[in-house]
Design a protein around this ligand. Structure first.
Ligand SMILES: Cc1cc2nc3c(=O)[nH]c(=O)nc-3n(C[C@H](O)[C@H](O)[C@H](O)COP(=O)(O)O)c2cc1C
Length: 252
């Protein structure tokens, strides 16, 4: 009986060691450092692929942006897609090249599309450029439930700053930033906290706007005020279902 038990224990031990080894050898998935890249004509930015040895880079338009070993160079105003091919899988980054003339930009995060709609309305009403903040790891439906354990809830509880895959090289050209986001548990979502920590808005006028289920924008303003150091903060506005006329009234 004792012998059988010790054999059994040894087998369990060998299997658990093997499983552990397999887990530590498990390959990490390749990832691209930028999925959205905004640049001014003449600027360059190096996109990195992690956990990938052989990467084949290509661009959808050499006239707009070229790419060499991940280094993207902006040639002319317009939009191009940079593709990093690893094996059979493709990783894409949308590059927007500005002519450097516009002085206002709409920068927004939207998980389920409502804030995107509002952001496009603001862009149309102001003639500004538009930039979408995308998270490195997209939010799934399960991440956005109101369950205690869901990712969004966890990030709000911890005030965490999830990694973003938007790179804005030409932020300097803008004097006015319309900053849009959904309200999550009464305040700004984590991607906005990340953005505000990574980018300085000093010397600019920041116009915060949100969409919400009814809470409104007030709960997010202290964070924006505290983190937009040296910026002038305009009146924050909940633009859920706002008409173009209401938006025009707000930006006056
Ligand atoms: C995780 C989570 C938390 C939310 N918390 C609030 C809230 O506290 N107050 C509120 O009015 N709406 C809340 N909402 C609703 C969103 O603010 C609203 O649907 C918003 O328009 C979503 O914007 P989006 O489609 O651009 O992501 C929450 C939504 C999610 C997914």
């Amino acid at each position: 009986m004792r012998k059988t038990l010790s054999i059994l224990l040894s087998v369990v031990l060998v299997f658990s060691v093997m499983a552990g080894a397999e887990a530590s050898f498990a390959k990490k998935a390749p990832a691209i450092s930028a999925k959205v890249l905004h640049m001014k004509k003449g600027q360059s930015h190096k996109i990195k692929m992690t956990n990938a040895k052989k990467v084949k880079w290509s661009t959808s338009s050499k006239k707009i942006a070229t790419v060499k070993k991940g280094k993207v160079t902006a040639k002319k105003a317009g939009t191009a897609t940079i593709t990093a091919k690893v094996g059979k899988k493709k990783y894409k980054c949308t590059v927007t090249v500005s002519n450097g003339k516009k002085k206002a930009v709409v920068i927004y995060f939207s998980a389920t599309g409502n804030t995107k709609k509002a952001a496009v309305k603001v862009k149309k009403a102001t003639g500004a450029d538009i930039v979408r903040i995308v998270p490195k790891k997209a939010y799934s439906k399960a991440d956005l439930t109101y369950e205690k354990t869901c990712r969004a809830n966890d990030e709000q509880n911890k005030n965490s700053k999830p990694a973003i895959a938007t790179v804005i090289k030409n932020l300097k050209q803008y004097k006015v930033v319309y900053l849009g986001y959904p309200i999550w548990w009464g305040k700004e979502p984590g991607t906005i906290r990340t953005f505000m920590t990574k980018y300085s808005l000093k010397g600019k006028t920041v116009m915060p706007f949100c969409t919400s289920g009814g809470s409104g924008i007030d709960g997010s303003i202290p964070f924006i005020k505290k983190n937009a150091k040296g910026a002038t903060i305009g009146e924050g506005m909940d633009l859920t279902d706002a008409t173009t006329a209401e938006i025009k009234e707000w930006i006056k």
